[in-house]
Write a protein that binds this ligand. Structure first.
Ligand SMILES: [Zn+2]
Length: 308
């Protein structure tokens, strides 16, 4: 039996505790590797890093869910640790990933004992978007620790690396690599529940998206039999490994190449859409919120705007 075929078996004991959080929303907390846990919700994933030293360590969260979910998320965190939340990392400016920022950092919210100041990390453009004139995001939710290309620090006994993925899903994407635990939280550059949302008005491009997935593949190592391998937490959907990222990258590369080919043949956007370059993937990845046709339009626009 190959290592790859063993992988689903390894996940069976991980099925941990789950709780309904109202309005049909369910949260499930799953150990990933080392210090890292996944709080999986129907509205997106939150990664939790914990430590073992109560005097020095704390909680680091990757993303905070949509607004209104904080009490349910805190209940899940408290099953893992009593330590205070010290850091939040936002993987983009999307409200389904930043909606709990302000309620988690609010002093006096009494969600955590000895509530310290909570640092919020994100790429520079996340702050630009959140603090811009069009934004109605409260200032308490804005990032306080921003980076351009990346940032590296030690927390909970391991190196945590934040890496910008430029102009992929948006112009503010970042991923989090827990080096010791060997886990990467990707945000919405990678999701198992649908195509990546290439948000062209907010700086997303297909070229940046594929580049980000290739970067992810450089950072990850595959599973070898029962041990090792980098675990990948997508923005939405199930826990993954390198092979899943490879499949996703290949799918998008094929779609990109099909659209590029049609553009070279002089086809208009309507003609490209009519050719349905995503046809064979739509059953798996097209959703009512972000259809194959919407992806094709985003790919077409960004290829037309850049180099083919
Ligand atoms: Zn999302």
């Amino acid at each position: 039996m190959s290592g790859r075929r063993l992988f689903p078996l390894l996940l069976i004991p991980f099925a941990a505790f789950s709780q309904p959080a109202g309005k049909g929303l369910t949260l499930e907390t799953v150990p990933v590797h080392g210090n890292v846990y996944l709080i999986a919700t129907t509205l997106g994933n939150i990664a939790v890093q914990t430590g073992k030293d109560p005097g020095h360590d704390g909680i680091l969260l990757v993303d905070t869910g949509p607004p209104g979910m904080t009490p349910a998320i805190v209940t899940e965190i408290r099953k893992l640790s009593d330590a205070p939340v010290r850091f939040i990392v936002n993987t983009s400016a999307d409200r389904d990933h930043t909606g709990g920022n302000d309620s988690l950092v609010k002093p006096g919210a009494k969600l955590f004992y000895q509530q310290p100041e909570v640092g919020i990390f994100a790429q520079d453009n996340v702050l630009t978007r959140m603090s811009g004139p069009q934004s109605n995001v409260p200032s308490a939710a804005w990032p306080t620790l921003t980076f351009d290309r990346g940032k590296r620090f030690e927390f909970n006994g391991e190196t945590v690396e934040l890496l910008a993925e430029k102009n992929a899903h948006t112009d503010g994407d970042g991923i989090v690599f827990f080096r010791g635990s060997n886990v990467i939280a990707t945000g919405d550059i990678f999701r198992t529940t649908g195509y990546p949302v290439i948000d062209v008005p907010r700086g997303g491009t297909i070229q940046g998206e594929i580049k980000a997935l290739n970067h992810l593949l450089e950072l990850t190592v595959p599973h070898a039999m029962q041990e090792g391998g980098t675990m990948v937490i997508p923005g939405h959907g199930r826990l993954c490994d390198q092979a899943d990222v490879t499949d996703y990258r290949d799918m998008l590369t094929i779609i990109r190449d099909r659209v590029a080919d049609l553009i070279r043949k002089g086809k208009t956007l309507e003609e490209v859409k009519a050719a349905r370059p995503t046809r064979d993937y739509d059953r798996r990845f097209s959703t009512s919120e972000w259809t194959g046709e919407m992806l094709v339009e985003a790919v077409y626009k960004t290829l037309k705007a850049g180099n083919l």
